[in-house]
Design a protein around this ligand. Sequence first.
Ligand code: NAD
Length: 485
Amino acid sequence: MIKIAVANGDGIGPEIMEAVLTIFKAADVPLSYEYVDMGKWVFDKGFSNGMTDEAKATIEALGILFKGPMETPKGKGVKSINVTARKTWNTYANKRTFQTLHGVDTVFSKAGIPIDLTIVRENIEDTYGGVEHMLSNDVAISRRFITRPGSEQVIRYAFEMAREKKAKKITCGHKANIMKLTDGIFLNTFYEIAKQYPELEANDIIVDDLCMKLVMRPGMFDVIVLTNLQGDIVSDLCAGLVGGLGFAPSANIGDNICIFEAVHGTAPDIAGKNIANPTALLLSGLAMLQHLGLYGKAALIENALLYTLEQGNHTGDFGDKSIPALNTTQFADAIIANFGKQPASGARPELADVPKEHKVAKMDINLMMDNPAKEEEKIAGVDFFLITNQFPNTVAEKCKQALGENKLHLINISNRGTQVWPTGSVYTNLVDLYNVRFEAGDGVEVKQADIVALYEKMTCYFDVATVEVLQKHGGEKAYSLAQGQ
Ligand code: NAD
């Protein structure tokens, strides 16, 4: 028996979890369960991260969490329990598989176009850090963290997974044409790692083009790896290709802890009625069985599910409306009754079980993901973000006065990322936050103290919202240029 942690979740969570674990029991799946207290209901009892200390300790000891959906408590400053769990335990890769399910009608199934895609989405970084600030009354900014070690973790996982599933092709979706530093790190890391997997055809595509091609010719793709937000959007697009969120499973993979859950939420509108569709949670559970090497059990259940769908069985959220809908329990019972049956198309191969013990490394301190190949970092200048509604020439004049004898020079001024000084257009609309850039001449050494001195002077003329130190890495500018610079 392999022991895993189970959290029922909120809303429809307990109903669909019961359905799935009933199916597992009927299939003699060799798992035992330790139920943990986690979800909105735990948050309501005063646990600010939505789980008890015992739940946290159990999950960290067992390493596998099978969870139902959890409601995000409403209110400013309250973070999603789901996102907190994924980030706290460094489940850096979110893997979602999308395959045609016969019996689930979609425009593609009707046109005879098969879908077989795996999306690996980075799961920790990007704008999901939720690090946001109002810089002025009118301007909000969000920090987008893309790191080299974080990109390496998820991209290596994607390549390993593609190799294991004997995929032919792996594609990196990105927007590096616009976000040259953030998406640039992700894309460069992808091609660095690709060199170690010569058997896989590795290519890249700009994410908007990817969306169009996925809809027009989904067969062009096999495994796709993306950053967090782009991956979130693209994977829901793929869920739409195979019938919607009711059929979208997800696995959150980390080195120590893995979380398996459906993509959908708590469906408060149908909670407590025993009518929810358990398929997405069941498919997530099957991904968990495969992760644990229980391939035979996973195939037995999946083939029964596919057969059940092919026979026209459905819950109220999909399927042929002329056939009466089954409730959650009846749908689970129908799958159990079909154990041993093979679907007419798309049957999964019945491999033998090779149970794998899931190991959690004992950690006493956090892991520092340091990069030994760091380039030399030097300060090149500073960007000041100023709250003012004065016009660009006036801002420039005052900046020059603030500069005085400082070794930095005023280079340019931009507004919403578009240059408005020394050159610009009167047709560029302005908001009350300017970005003023100062740089030192080549070969001039800049210290933090030079920036502090300038900061002090700038406050005589402006309200400073924030500053950003400009760096050179290995002699190259490590910051973006303003549009029009
Ligand atoms: P939702 O996915 O819960 O519901 C959207 C629609 O899909 C609803 O009409 C719902 O009835 C239907 N639906 C969803 N799952 C279904 C199922 N299994 N069977 C039949 N119909 C189903 O999205 P929402 O309403 O935006 O979110 C509700 C709550 O869930 C929010 O608090 C949200 O934060 C949370 N949420 C949690 C997770 C998670 O736990 N991973 C994911 C998404 C949303």
